[in-house]
Design a protein around this ligand. Structure first.
Ligand SMILES: [Zn+2]
Length: 380
């Protein structure tokens, strides 16, 4: 309604409501009408929503950037982020990974210089993946996984000394170290020998914990490995100082391609669909989450993240008294880079949208290759 129409309307209503007022002078009447019209204009805006549906009026609540930030149940902070690092057995390695833009394989000797500036910007945590490159280092048992002079244990010791406040997570699996590239020890027919695999994986977790890792994170998906690791931690008297983060809902799929390039963990035959979860298996994921909570996990992880937001939401509901982590995996990261490079969207904007979606679904910890950039972006 235009202002002049509104004025006429008000005058008409006023005359009907208070005919005595017509006795006043024209001059006073005119000023009074305008004043009342203004007053009516302001209340009319309110009465529109009051007589209609007041809940339709939302814009005011997010008109300011800070008010928009407050709309989020969880806002991204630096302490939510874990940065994945690929550490090789060549101490001076610094090798780019073409399918994972901006990420490299690092030798132990390069880690301090890499991390120093990131820690100064607020990096709180890293997750280590060992990448053995030496000749004949892989075998059917993944012997190199807990080699005391191997890259992961060497990195744990170095980082504990160099950065006492850095929280060190170690991925625990055998696939980087086995000659066949699977996440455990195999039967002769090529299927996983669950019992031997759990024994071996839990030994590797113990080796990392005893070397000083703050958190061990088994990603192998063998049944019962959380319980086995927890019992060994208790038996060794270190359960009170080691966080056990379970890759409880880890789905199989094509989003791990760049990671396998980085870690050299492509299976030499078959795939991992008999132990990683089928992408449609929501109920199975819920059962795995329940199981791993019961077996003593301290944190539940969902992986990948943006294709599995419903599972993150399920994890938050099931593990409501525990932190939920999500791994924004290599394929998700590389897709964003590829699309941004093709001009589909702005890299930073999409990195935030993807990560905020993960938080909205229920995670409070995000393993992200964008971590170094977020440390800068969150400053501004
Ligand atoms: Zn594995």
């Amino acid at each position: 309604m235009s202002f002049s129409n509104l004025l006429n309307e008000v005058t008409y209503r006023d005359q009907r409501a208070s005919p005595a007022k017509t006795n006043t002078t024209n001059h006073t009447e005119s000023r009074s009408q305008i004043s009342r019209a203004r007053s009516y204009a302001s209340t009319a805006a309110t009465s529109v929503s009051i007589t209609g549906d007041i809940s339709s009026q939302l814009h005011g609540g997010y008109s300011h950037p800070l008010a928009r930030a407050w709309q989020a149940e969880r806002q991204l902070t630096k302490s939510m982020l874990i940065y994945p690092l690929f550490v090789t057995d060549n101490p001076d390695e610094e090798e780019s990974i073409p399918s994972l833009p901006g990420q490299k394989r690092w030798g132990v000797n390069k880690l301090v210089a890499l991390l120093q500036p990131l820690i100064a910007k607020g990096l709180k945590s890293v997750i280590l993946f060992g990448v053995p490159l030496g000749p004949n280092v892989k075998d059917t048992l993944g012997t190199a996984a807990d080699d005391p002079s191997g890259p992961v244990i060497a990195a744990i010791r170095l980082l504990r000394r160099a950065f006492p406040r850095l929280f060190i997570v170690t991925d625990v699996c055998l696939c980087e170290y086995t000659s066949h590239g699977h996440c455990g020890i195999l039967h002769e027919d090529g299927t996983l020998n669950n019992q031997l695999s759990v024994e071996r994986v839990s030994d590797v977790a113990m080796a990392y914990a005893e070397a000083g890792a703050h958190c061990v994170a088994p990603s192998d998906m063998n049944d019962g490995r959380i319980r086995a690791i927890k019992l060994k931690l208790i038996e060794a008297g270190i359960a009170h100082r080691v966080v056990l983060m379970s890759y409880a809902a880890k789905f199989s799929g094509c989003l791990y391609g760049p990671f396998r390039d980085a870690a050299g963990s492509q299976p030499s035959f078959g795939d991992r669909r008999c132990y990683q979860l089928p992408p449609g298996g929501r109920g199975l994921a819920r059962r795995a989450i329940h199981r791993d909570i019961g077996e003593g996990a301290d944190i539940i992880m969902v992986k990948p993240a943006t294709q599995f937001l419903d599972i993150i939401s399920d994890a938050k509901e099931i593990a409501k008294d525990m932190p939920v982590a999500a791994y924004h995996v290599s394929g998700e990261y590389s897709m964003i880079h590829a699309a941004a490079k093709a001009g589909v969207f702005d890299l930073k904007t999409m990195a935030f949208e993807a990560t905020e979606g993960i938080l909205r679904a229920g995670a409070t910890i995000v393993v992200s290759y964008f971590t170094p950039q977020f440390l800068d972006w969150l400053e501004t």
